[in-house]
Design a binder for this molecule. Structure first.
Ligand code: SF4
Length: 492
């Protein structure tokens, strides 16, 4: 059996980091971890090739010599998925598809030969058995959520690591919370399931032995879903692993804000070389937090929570949402003020959208307010429902936030606010020096000479050299990120 694994292209978004990647000559931020993991579950007799369309083009020739094309995709990749399917149709190539897009929207993909719904660990084996017996069905749906302890190590040999700026691993799936707009609970459940500690370390070993040094993103829905296991077992083991190998990876992940309530957990994460955490802050409005069921964010001093995490040695990236029914007209100014004061440099602000099948989607549908399909991109200027404050007011306020926080003046000011209070474990920065130098020289040309706002760039570098010289590489990195964010802003 010859199979081509295809990861469709995602459009330019806030998270694609496309404009920043050019500074380090990389094609994409992360490899397609799900597809690489599925590749390891396929029979060893299969002949596999992988095309990640974000780093290499897919040609018709690729399709002509294979028995099956396997596609994995998220909602944001829908447009590219349709192009791949059209290419397969033209060439008469059979298709197998799985991943979040097909799990929540399988009804839109009747023409795919075989749909693997949910997590591959739960359904792929039955499909492969049926395929081997010549009687494979159109669709395979799982019963419940699978145990992750048997999830294999991703087939890293199918990609060229040098084309990516970071590698990724997964430790857990699922989140104990149940925010109304989030499809994680739908896809992965509310009871966090983890790999064993030795399994995780083996995955890290594999990356290390393949020569990877630099960033590793732990792609969990909420890394701190099982706090006691992390504190008693997994994090101490990661700390030892890192120390034994002189800290080859800089880790980042996604967590809920209650991380800031647990000093021991923050300390262990910083010691394990977590440099950055993404936190869903969403809004400063108590009413909107109550409306979306984000109870872990309620009744707390959010600014204080962010500062605690920064002081423990981790950078905080923040997700923010506008468009809740309870949002007042002041929400836009409130968020601008909060983001500036918090020193959250990477602030992903999006419009509320309703992913298919979520509690929010169901509520809005019952109120006849859903107007289009979920696109998977909440940082464009579109949403898929009728907002209470009116679409025009919402988009106008949204653009006001973006234009304010990503103006040269505000952005560079925020970088300084962050650098003033950030206390990292400096001896453990792991990005290769050659990459830092390359990025620095390119930034001089692009940000210091070519682009507008260059005086802010030079002032930041000078300030960093004088006040926080050991944070100079980070300062350059954040200046480069700012360039990407300004370029990736939706048209206003
Ligand atoms: S805390 Fe995050 S991952 Fe968990 S349900 Fe809420 S938005 Fe989703």
């Amino acid at each position: 059996m010859k199979a081509l694994l295809v990861y469709p292209e995602y459009p330019e978004t806030f998270w694609s980091l496309r404009h920043a990647l050019k500074f380090v000559s990389k094609k994409a931020a992360f490899p397609p971890l799900g597809l690489l993991t599925v590749a390891s579950m396929l029979p060893s007799s299969w002949d596999l090739k992988l095309v990640d369309m974000n780093v290499d083009p897919l040609s018709e020739k690729d399709l002509q010599s294979v028995d099956y094309v396997l596609i994995s995709a998220m909602d944001i990749q829908r447009e590219s998925v349709l192009e791949v399917l059209e290419l397969c149709r033209r060439n008469g190539t059979k298709t197998i598809a799985g991943g979040p897009l097909f799990t929540t929207s399988y009804g839109d993909f009747d023409d795919i030969d075989h749909l693997i719904i949910g997590e591959a660990e739960a359904t792929l084996k039955t499909f492969l058995d049926d395929l081997g017996n010549g009687k494979a069905n159109h669709m395979y749906s799982p019963e419940g959520f699978p145990d992750l302890s048997r999830t294999p190590i991703p087939a890293w040999d199918l990609i060229d690591m040098r084309k990516y700026s970071s590698m990724n691993v997964q430790y857990s799936r699922g989140c104990p919370f149940d925010c109304e707009f989030c499809d994680i609970v739908l896809l992965n459940g509310r009871v966090p399931r983890t790999k064993t500690t030795s399994q995780l370390l083996l995955e890290m070993d594999t990356l290390y032995e393949k020569g990877w040094r630099g960033g590793v993103f732990i792609v969990d829905d909420n890394f701190i879903g099982s706090k006691s296991k992390l504190k008693q077992d997994t994090l101490p083991a990661i700390c030892r692993w890192m120390e034994d190998r002189e800290y080859p990876f800089s880790l980042n992940t996604e967590v809920s804000i209650d991380l800031s309530d647990d000093e021991e957990l923050m300390k262990l994460m910083a010691e394990a070389n977590f440099s950055t955490v993404f936190v869903g802050i969403e809004t400063t409005s108590e009413d909107s937090l109550a409306e979306c069921g984000k109870f872990q964010n309620r009744n707390r001093d959010m600014l204080d929570s962010v500062k605690k995490i920064q002081k423990s040695g981790m950078q905080v990236q923040g997700g923010f949402i506008v468009g809740f029914d309870s949002d007042l007209p002041s929400v836009f100014e409130d968020l601008i003020g909060f983001i500036q004061e918090s020193g959250i440099v990477t602030a992903m602000v999006g419009l509320l959208t309703a992913p298919t099948g979520t509690r929010l989607f169901k509520r809005l549908k019952s109120e006849n307010r859903i107007v289009s399909d979920f696109s998977g991109n909440n940082t464009g200027s579109l949403t898929n429902f009728v907002p209470k404050m009116g679409f025009g007011n919402l988009v106008e306020g949204y653009h006001k936030i973006l234009n304010s926080i990503y103006s040269d003046r505000s952005y560079y000011k925020r970088v300084k606010t962050f650098l003033k209070s950030y206390r990292p474990v400096l001896s453990r920065r792991v990005r290769p020096a050659s990459e830092n130098l390359k990025a620095f020289f390119r930034s001089i040309w692009v940000l210091g000479i070519k682009e507008r706002g260059r005086s802010y760039y030079w002032k930041l570098l000078l300030w960093t050299l004088l006040r926080r010289p050991r944070l100079f590489p980070l300062s350059v990195e954040l200046a480069i990120y700012g360039f990407h964010f300004r370029k990736a802003l939706p048209d206003t």
